[in-house]
Write a new protein. Structure first.
Length: 437
C-alpha cells in the first residue's frame, strides 16, 4: 500500500505540472449526452458505518433523482483508504466517474490538475446560486482567488465521543476538557481488556487531521507562509509525538489500532471495547450497531487550556465532503442536475441528518434536526474553533507523506519499539524530503 500511495502522489505532481485537462467521465457516449443524458456514474465516499450501509442510504435517493429527471445514477461507494488514489488515477487515465465526492482538504490539489469542473457563477447559478452555501464551506472547495473546484455537500468537524456507561463505571463525572484529563481518564478506563481511546493508525487522512490540530495547539504548522513544508519544526514534532504517545507512553490506545483504517475504532466503541473516540460524525455508525443516543455523548476535542477557541486553542480541522464533476464528462448537464438535486434543501436535510453531519446549505442548516446536542458541538466547533488544513496544491502529497510517517510511528508503538523525539523527527524529515523531490 505504501508503494501505491507514493506512486499516486507522484502521479499528482506530474499531473499538476502538466496541467491535466483530458479526463473524461465514466459514462460512455452511448449512455447519454448533454442533449439527452441518460446515465451518470457517481463515486460516493464512505460516510456511514459500512459500504453496504451507504448503498442502502443513497440508493432510494438516487431512485428519486431518476424518477424526477429520467437519469439513472450508477453508484459506487469508495472506502476512504482508496478514494484519493482512485481519483488521482482517474485524473490521468480518463477512466473515472462523472460525479464524485472528495474530501474538502483535497480541493486545491485536485483543482491544480485541471480535471475538475470549475464552479463559476454560471455553474453555481445552475444549482441555485453560490449564496445558498455557508461561506466557510465554499472556502474549503478550492484555492483562494479561484473558482471552486467542487460544491460543499456535508460539513463536519471533530468531536470527542464518549461512552456514558463506561465513564460512570470508572467513576468519571464527565468528558475531559484537557489532554491531561483525557490521559488520566483513559488510564482509568484501560483495564480488563478495554481501552480508553480508539484510533485509526493506518488511515493517512485521519493521521493528518489529528496531528494538524495538535500542531496548531503547539503553535506550529506544517507549511510556512510561502507554502514550503516545515514538517520538522519543534511544534510539529511535538504534536506527532503527543499523538503517538497515547499508545506508546500513556497506553490508552490498543496496539491493534495501529492497523485500523476502515472505521474499526467506531465498531470497538459501539461494542464497548473503547470508551472514547475522536471522530467527525459517528451517530449513524453507532445507531447501526445498536447503540442508543442516550448511551453516548459528544464534547469538544480537548485543548491544553480546556477552552476551545482560536490560535493554540484550535481543536478541529475544517472538515467536510465536497461534490465534484469531471469537466470533460459527456453528461455535463446531467451531472449539474445531480449536484443540484444532492444540494437541494430536502436532500441536504435528509442526508446530513442520516450521517450526523451539518448541511453546508444555509436554509437546511437552520432546520431543528441539527440542534441535537452532538450536532450542536460540531456546529459550535466549526464556527469558533476549527481551522482549515493548508490550502496548497500539494496538500494531498502532504497527507500521503506525513500520514505515512505517522502510520509507521504507530507501527513502532504497537511493536514496542521506542518512540522518541529523535525518531519522530527522523520520520518527518524523510516525509519532508519526499515532498521536496
Amino acid at each position: 500500500m505504501r508503494t501505491i500511495r507514493a506512486a499516486a502522489a507522484a502521479t499528482l505532481a506530474i499531473s499538476i505540472a502538466a496541467g491535466v485537462t483530458g479526463c473524461g467521465g465514466g459514462t460512455s457516449s452511448s449512455g447519454g449526452s448533454n442533449d439527452s443524458p441518460k446515465t451518470l456514474t457517481y463515486w460516493a465516499s464512505n460516510q456511514g458505518p459500512s459500504i453496504e450501509a451507504d448503498k442502502k442510504i443513497l440508493t432510494p435517493e438516487l431512485k428519486k433523482f431518476e424518477e424526477q429527471t429520467g437519469i439513472k445514477v450508477k453508484l459506487e461507494v469508495v472506502p476512504w483508504a482508496d478514494l484519493l488514489n482512485r481519483i488521482l488515477a482517474a485524473t490521468t487515465s480518463g477512466q473515472g466517474p462523472d460525479v464524485l465526492n472528495i474530501g474538502n482538504t483535497w480541493s486545491a490539489s485536485l483543482q491544480a490538475t485541471g480535471a475538475l469542473l470549475p464552479w463559476d457563477k454560471a455553474n453555481f447559478d445552475a444549482i441555485g446560486g453560490r449564496d445558498r452555501f455557508v461561506d466557510s464551506a465554499v472556502a474549503s472547495a478550492g484555492a483562494e482567488g479561484k473558482d471552486p473546484s467542487a460544491v460543499p455537500l456535508y460539513s463536519l468537524a471533530y468531536a470527542l465521543y464518549y461512552n456514558k456507561k463506561s465513564f460512570a463505571e470508572a467513576g468519571i463525572a464527565g468528558p475531559p476538557a484537557t489532554w491531561d484529563e483525557l490521559v488520566e481518564d483513559g488510564k482509568k478506563l484501560s483495564k480488563n481488556g478495554k481501552w480508553g481511546l480508539g484510533a485509526e493508525g493506518s488511515n493517512l487522512s485521519n493521521n493528518i487531521h489529528q496531528t494538524f490540530v495538535l500542531a496548531q495547539q503547539h503553535g506550529a504548522d506544517f507549511f510556512d507562509a510561502a507554502g514550503k513544508p516545515t514538517f520538522t519544526s519543534d511544534g510539529a514534532v511535538a504534536a506527532v509525538k503527543q499523538y503517538i504517545d497515547l499508545m506508546a507512553k500513556d497506553k490508552i490506545i490498543a496496539p491493534g489500532n495501529a492497523e485500523y483504517a476502515q472505521n474499526q475504532s467506531l465498531t470497538d466503541f459501539a461494542k464497548g471495547k473503547t470508551a472514547m473516540v475522536l471522530w467527525q460524525a459517528a451517530a449513524s455508525t453507532f445507531a447501526s450497531q445498536g447503540m442508543k443516543p442516550e448511551e453516548w455523548g459528544a464534547a469538544p476535542v480537548p485543548v491544553a487550556s480546556g477552552a476551545p477557541g482560536q490560535g493554540k486553542n484550535i481543536n478541529s480541522m475544517v472538515a467536510g465532503i465536497n461534490m465534484a464533476v469531471f469537466k470533460n464528462t459527456k453528461n455535463i448537464d446531467g451531472a449539474k442536475k445531480f449536484v443540484k438535486f444532492m444540494t437541494s434543501d430536502a436532500e441536504q436535510k435528509l442526508l446530513n441528518k442520516t450521517y450526523g453531519s451539518i448541511p453546508p446549505v444555509k436554509t437546511a442548516q437552520a432546520d431543528a434536526a441539527f440542534s441535537a446536542p452532538d450536532l450542536a458541538v460540531l456546529r459550535d466547533t466549526l464556527a469558533k474553533s476549527a481551522a482549515p488544513l493548508p490550502q496548497v496544491p500539494n496538500e494531498s502529497q502532504f497527507e500521503t507523506a506525513v500520514g505515512t510517517a505517522v502510520k509507521e510511528l504507530w507501527a513502532d508503538a504497537a511493536a514496542g519499539r521506542p518512540v522518541t523525539t529523535e525518531s519522530v523527527k527522523a520520520r518527518l524529515e524523510k516525509a519532508q524530503q519526499t515532498m521536496q523531490q
